[in-house]
Design a binder for this molecule. Structure first.
Ligand code: ATP
Ligand code: AMO
Length: 462
């Protein structure tokens, strides 16, 4: 009947009380049959547990022998008294109190031969070099072990906070959460990067984005919508920032007169997300930093906006030539990130008025110069996290643009028709990749670190 106490609640105010805890054996330093020493781990936290034959706890010699043979990673339930240790405990993941063992049960015993990946190897900082750090593939092959490290536990808490803060802001600002179909008749972004499948004899594919349906929700009068959902891209990209499946954070909204209204939402939303992360996740940020050192993200209270032309000019002034009507490649995006940091002291900024030729068919061209469009990308540390734009809401024009971009009109008939039956007001939105946001906020070197079970062209398991 005793209730389990989570490690996060173990503190000095509990000294003297009896608790029941469950944890995995991180280290077992029991040498004799008089004194047992265990370090237990739960989530990213550890606590030292001591078993003695003292009057107070009366642990038998047999029990200490039993503790001695407990293997690493075994799961144990333990009843004991919270005590203050003689020596001060350093570090942030080890609890400042100890537990004097009274009773101990092994719930599941881990095999005694070492697992293919040791948690201590997975948790090793890349700067400590006396043993090789487990490589990415090994970690991902044995992800269920890899996830037990303090940094990984923290990454997935932080990721959840990003998603939570995203929802919180949008709900507070009158957006409605929606879910759009992930099985579709065709692509939504143009290009061929879709996973094809058979839908009862009809060719179909996995949704490449919620683009068409989130806009159709606006046609349906929902006014302001958001979605958090899986996005599939059959890109054979072996980069540090592309996955074949990621979580899209999507927004679509009516606008009064200008696409800057969408950028205003991005600005407030992301400044709030970053601020909440810094407030709510101090321990987690420290745990990540311990294994993967990083500097906190520099961002301004009001996010910097540059036009694409201004960005191109900055690059040009720095000796980097880019096509003024083309796209930025990864290298020039990085470079621009550096230049912006030097000039404006921020690592978070927006670039808008992109050339129309490099944006999807549904993007609204600029009224004053159709070679450019009412669109934007948003960057963290020189890498894209968001694309967004005002959309074309006139059905004939939309059809024309889709045709010009080589889209099979049959597959988007219902989408275009949605704009025909009753007018749809000007609108726009954006999509962010959750894994990229987390990766770049934490300055991690690979997007696979922020996906629980990543999918890339070489990885369909675990
Ligand atoms: P968006 O689709 O909005 O542009 P994204 O970040 O996925 O978002 P991509 O268009 O896929 O961007 O690619 C942008 C840049 O990333 C390209 O210009 C290219 O430099 C680089 N890139 C994409 N795929 C690869 C790849 N397989 N190998 C090397 N670089 C790549
Ligand atoms: P886009 O194709 O730029 O835009 O995607 C939006 C955001 O999704 C993330 N992203 C990815 N993350 C991981 N792996 C990938 N392969 C990958 N591809 C994209 C990026 C990117 O900024 N419909 C538009 C959005 C809109 O205009 O509303 C779209 O899908 O963070």
């Amino acid at each position: 009947g005793k209730k389990l106490t989570s490690f996060s609640y173990l503190g000095e105010e509990m000294v003297g009380s009896e608790v029941l805890v469950r944890g995995r054996v991180e280290t077992n330093r029991t040498k004799s049959s008089r004194l047992g020493f265990l370090v237990l781990r739960e989530r990213g936290l550890t606590v030292q547990c001591v078993a003695t034959q003292s009057e107070a706890t009366k642990v038998s010699a047999n029990m200490i022998k039993y503790i001695k043979q407990l293997t690493k990673e075994s799961v144990v339930d333990l009843i004991g008294i919270v005590v203050k240790p003689k020596d001060e405990v350093k570090g942030t993941t080890q609890k400042k109190v100890e537990i004097q063992v009274r009773k101990l049960y092994c719930v599941v015993r881990a095999p005694s031969n070492p697992p293919p990946l040791l948690v201590e190897d997975a948790a090793r900082s890349e700067e400590e070099s006396e043993r090789p750090v487990a490589n990415q593939d090994t970690r991902l092959n044995y992800r269920a072990i890899d996830l037990r490290t303090p940094a990984n536990q923290a990454i997935f808490s932080i990721r959840c906070q990003v998603e939570t803060a995203f929802r919180e802001f949008l709900l507070f600002n009158d957006f409605v959460g929606i879910n759009t179909p992930k099985l579709m008749a065709g692509g939504s972004e143009g290009g061929s990067a879709v996973f094809r499948l058979d839908y009862f004899g009809q060719p179909a594919c996995l949704a490449q984005s919620p683009q068409l349906h989130k806009q159709m929700a606006i046609c349906g009068g929902l006014q302001r919508v958001f979605e958090v959902g899986p996005v599939s891209r059959a890109e054979k990209s072996f980069t540090h920032r592309h996955l074949c499946e990621f979580i899209g954070l999507d927004v679509e909204m009516e606008i009064l007169s200008h696409y800057s209204e969408i950028m205003d939402i991005v600005d407030e939303l992301f400044v709030q997300i970053f601020t909440k992360l810094n407030e709510r996740c101090t321990k987690e940020l420290e745990a990540v930093g311990k294994q993967f050192p990083f500097l906190p993200l520099k961002f301004l209270p009001k996010t910097l906006r540059l036009t694409f032309a201004e960005g191109i000019q900055m690059l040009k002034d720095a000796g980097v030539e880019v096509d003024p009507l083309g796209d930025l490649n990864t290298e020039s995006e990085r470079k621009l990130g550096q230049l912006v940091l030097e000039k404006y002291d921020t690592e978070f900024y927006m670039l808008h008025r992109y050339p129309s030729a490099v944006r999807p068919f549904y993007t609204m061209p600029c009224e004053d110069d159709p070679r450019y469009s009412n669109s934007f990308d948003v960057f963290i540390r020189g890498e894209e996290i968001i694309s967004g734009a005002q959309r074309i809401h006139m059905p004939e024009f939309l059809e024309k643009r889709a045709g010009e971009c080589g889209i099979d009109l049959k597959t988007i008939e219902a989408y275009i028709d949605s704009f025909r039956y009753g007018a749809t007001p000007p609108h726009g939105g954006f999509g962010a990749g959750l894994e990229r946001v987390v990766m770049l906020f934490l300055a991690l070197d690979n997007i696979r670190k922020t996906s629980l079970f990543p999918r890339d062209p070489n990885r369909l398991a675990p």
